[in-house]
Design a protein. Sequence first.
Length: 382
Amino acid sequence: MIKFNVSPRVESGLAYIQRAILNNKTSGDGEFTKKCSEWIEKRAVTSKALLTSSCTHSLEMSALLCNIKTGDEVIMPSYTFVSTANAFVMRGAKIIFVDIRPDTMNINEQLIENAVSDKTKAIVPVHYAGVCCEMDTIMKIAEKYSLYVIEDAAQAMMSTYKGVHCGTIGDYGCYSFHETKNFSMGEGGALLIRESENTELAEVIREKGTNRSLFFRGEIDKYTWIARGSSYLPSDMNAAYLWAQLEIADEIIQDRLSSWNRYYYNLEHLQKKGIIELPFVPESCQHNGHIFYIKAQNVKERTDLIQYLKRHDINAVSHYIPLHTSKAGLAFGSFSGEDCYTTKESGRLLRLPLYYGLGEENVDRICDCVYKFYRECCKQQQ
Ligand SMILES: *Cc1c(COP(=O)(O)O)cnc(C)c1O
């Protein structure tokens, strides 16, 4: 069986976890937490990166940092993971869903301004498949109406937009290190902070609402409860596992990109014949090979193809069910304008296996199988 995902296995990871234990600092902000956050700050070029216990928690921290309150509105795509919305709903916000662009599956930046009201507090662009949203337009709208921008960059670590790293453009950026992402610490994430004056409060929120981070740095002699907060600090053992991957981050990305490019090259013929569609990457974006998806003609064809691949020992999967059609989405949100693409495009999309170490032979076998499906099942189309 070719698995859909295998989280990165780097040999040094075990030794680093052991070192975290021997350091006698298995809780947060130990040696490896520091190493990982400094690496991200330097690599992504941002004033501060804080490791967190998940991207969900990074989003929750952002909602607290932006002081989102009952009655506020937050704009985001409906084609995303539940956490993008939940983090703001938990603070009492109403979610305003905006349609996606069919080419990138990202929020349609041209439709955002129409969704802005006097209650709007923030825009949350999601960089689907590690391809950045049209951030210039989004930042301009945010500036015009004084809105926060929180980038859900869960899938976009090491992707860039006009040479700038995803997650560093908005006020806050949220990475995920869940096992399904390019880099993993089992469960974990990071919060990127653009303006250094917001760092202190972020550290307080992450440390249960206390100024314990200042205490540990020797900047104060007692720590105390000073604001709202929770426990968003990951264990240094998890950070140790992540550090092993960051040391070879470029190799991991290169390997994923070469599988991605090979998929594209192999399947381009089917796209030229109008049988399937392949992902589109705008010129301003350098992606990180997070997802390789294809689009079938419709939901039925997609479902048949997933079944067919499964029978041939290949695990391909669909993705998000649009949030605005879900039970909670109906209760906590509303769709701005018309759903022209969100439901239609999400129903056609299918993700092919992609992970570090997938290998050319596997990519070729999967592509052969896709060709076979269209020869056997959809003869009338060729
Ligand atoms: C994975 C993902 C999340 C959640 O990440 P966790 O680290 O599992 O909390 C949020 N948003 C998007 C777009 C994701 O892909």
